[in-house]
Every structure is written in structure tokens, then in C-alpha cells.
Write a protein that binds this ligand. Sequence first.
Ligand code: GLY
Length: 289
Amino acid sequence: MKLPMIIVHGGAGAWKDDRIPVGIEYVEKAARAGFDVLSSGGSAVDAAEVCTLFMENSGNLNAGKGARPNLDGIRELDAMIVDGINLQFGSVGAITGIQNPISLARYIMEKTDFNFFAGDNAKKLYDRMIQDGYRREIQAGEIEIPYISPVGDTVGCITVDANGHIAATSSTGGIAKKLPGRVGDSPVMGAGAYANDICGASATGWGEHIMRVVLSRMVVLYVEDGLDVMSAAQKGMDMFERKTGSEAGIIVADKEGNFGYSTNAKAMPISVIRSKADNLQSHACMKEE
Ligand code: GLY
């Protein structure tokens, strides 16, 4: 019995050795927050939002409060949420003045006829979301965790609920020294994340190159073609490195709760929880794995 399950990453990159335990600590806390939602009957989408929002609020990962600023010193945030049941997604790119783009991404997915908003008009939509009462702010731009939970470089997660429904997210401040207005892979469906009724994936790393190979969709396709999820993650990273020579990482989970991960960057903190009986597993996935 592997369901429900959650797998979380805190970003692949050149983590300083003393920061790796901090990354592991926060992905573990985020995994617990998301898993609490799943255990109390929440959907995969509910859990994915809570988990990602926790990381955005941590201030210790490259998303939300802790996001890296662009070359003008401004935090421009990208995020996406994907609902694998119906291939629906909501995305937001280059938004400023808020801390929780993942909740806006979900609002876009659930409450509008569109999928992807960017820039100043995305901020206007955020203001409408708050006015609608869809989410409540605890301070300007910051939203409370929208579900009651016992616990209180790009991030992302995949959640699989007790019915085998899958959701995936990504959220980021983007790569270092990005030009104002640049949007990376994280809000791009199939690149930064992807989920369907069989499998989900979430990518991290150099977005320009992740988009070139549509990394998350490719890894899910490998699973649809019969590969186990760990082999699919490794095959995805091999393909990515061969075609782009760049650095990235990927996490993947299927509808049965099997999971995989791989990176060719120095490190990628991950955490996994599967079913109530299963122990939490957290470690940094290293390049050599
Ligand atoms: N993968 C995050 C970015 O390139 O923005």
C-alpha cells in the first residue's frame, strides 16, 4: 500500500555543503504539510498547493519569500499547478508584489477560462482572487495556508491521493542574473511540470534548456511507454544532458505511488512520504546517484 504519497524537491543546483541540510529540512517539512492534507482526505491538488505554499513561505528556498531577485533587484515569480485527472493547469509568469504564486496558479486553473497570466495583469488577477475570498491574505501579498494542517533553487512536488489522482507543481524566482521579464520553464506546461492520469513529473534547473526538451512531459512519456519511474527519471536526465549539456533535476511519481528522481547538478534535496505505514525518506539526491 503506497498511497497516498508525496515527493518534493527543493531545487537542483550547486548547493553549498552547509546549505544542503537546510534544504532537506524544508522539503521534509513541506512534504509533511502536504501529506497531512492527503491523510485527512484532501485531493492531490489540495496537497500540492499546501506543500508548495509552505516552501514559498519558508524563505529558505528559491521561491516566494526566498526567491532570487532579477538583475533589477526585483522578485519576479513563476509558478504552475497541474491537475492530472483532466490535464488542466494554471500558470503565472513574471509576477511581482506577491509571495504565493502557486495559489494564484490554482485560481487561474479553477476559476478562469484561461491557463497562463503574466506580469502586471497577473497581479490584478491576484487582487481579484483576494476580493473573491478564494484565499485570505495574512499580510500584503502573503496567503495563509488554505487548509488546516497539524504542522503548522525552484521548488516542486508531485502528490498522488488515495484514489491514484496525481497533481504536480513548480514555483521559482528563476535563475541567477535573469533579465527583467524573463520567464523560465517552471510555468510552462510539459517543461517545468506535467501530470496526467498515469504519472506526474516536476523539473528544476536551467529553464531555457528544460523547455528545449520539454523535460517533464518526456519523462512521463517514458513511463507511459513502460519504463519504471526511476529508470524514466534517469533516462530523462541522460537525454537532457546529451541534448543540451546543461544542468537540471527531475522528480517523478506514478498513480500507484512509485517514485523516481535524478539530477546531473551537484545536489537536489528531496523528501518522500508514502502511506501512513511508510517512513518519511529525505536526502539530497547527488549527481553520482
Ligand atoms: N527552472 C527555473 C528557471 O529556469 O527559472
